[in-house]
Design a protein around this ligand. Structure first.
Ligand code: ADP
Length: 172
């Protein structure tokens, strides 16, 4: 049996902002593939707090210890971004049943557009299943005096000051 050729993967998403759940998928994905490019996409259905350039910069800071992980933004189709990166795998994370429903449609559409590109799902680690970027933005907006500590349970430490500066600019 011939060995499998090394595979490159992309991990597309909004990452508005990156969470500990996303980081867990990145770390696990980087151990599975020769290289992993985190792709910051622009989802027209979601109103973003951070610009794509800000999100790319924040993710780069967090993933800098991982030598085979790169970060870029894209605004076309996910499969076109995969081709640009010479990747044959699209990596996605899966949290709940509602994620499965949404991912199913997304995967079938991508398969129709590019049958040579495979989508691979990693199940969220149980300790991060409840974490979403939306939840984090609400905590940042509404959290009390302990907000830094509360946020640090959800996002990497590099993201906490950026989140508060963006969503609570008046806070001392
Ligand atoms: P999108 O707008 O593409 O859904 P997100 O930034 O919300 O972008 O998510 C990007 C990917 O990461 C998706 O595959 C999503 O299911 C996955 N994901 C989001 N949160 C988590 C988490 N807490 N644990 C594991 N995977 C997650």
């Amino acid at each position: 049996m011939s060995p499998l050729a090394p595979r490159r993967a992309i991990y597309p998403g909004s990452f508005d902002p990156l969470t500990l759940g996303h980081l867990d998928i990145i770390q696990r994905g980087s151990a599975l593939f020769e290289s992993l490019t985190v792709g910051v996409g622009t989802n027209p259905e979601k109103r973003a707090a951070f610009t794509p350039a800000e999100r790319v910069e924040l993710i780069r800071r967090v993933v800098s210890p991982l030598p085979n992980v790169e970060v870029a933004s894209f605004d076309g189709l996910t499969v076109d971004f995969a081709r640009q990166c010479r990747a044959t795998v699209v990596l996605r994370g899966m949290r709940t049943l509602s994620d499965i429903e949404q991912e199913f449609t997304f995967t079938l559409a991508n398969r129709a557009l590019a049958p040579d590109i495979e989508t691979v799902f990693l199940m969220a680690s149980e300790r991060y299943t409840h974490i979403s970027s939306t939840l984090i933005k609400q905590v940042a907006l509404l959290g009390g005096p302990q907000v830094e500590q509360q946020l640090s349970g959800f996002v990497p430490p590099e993201i906490v000051p950026a989140l508060l500066a963006k969503l609570r600019p008046q806070r001392p």
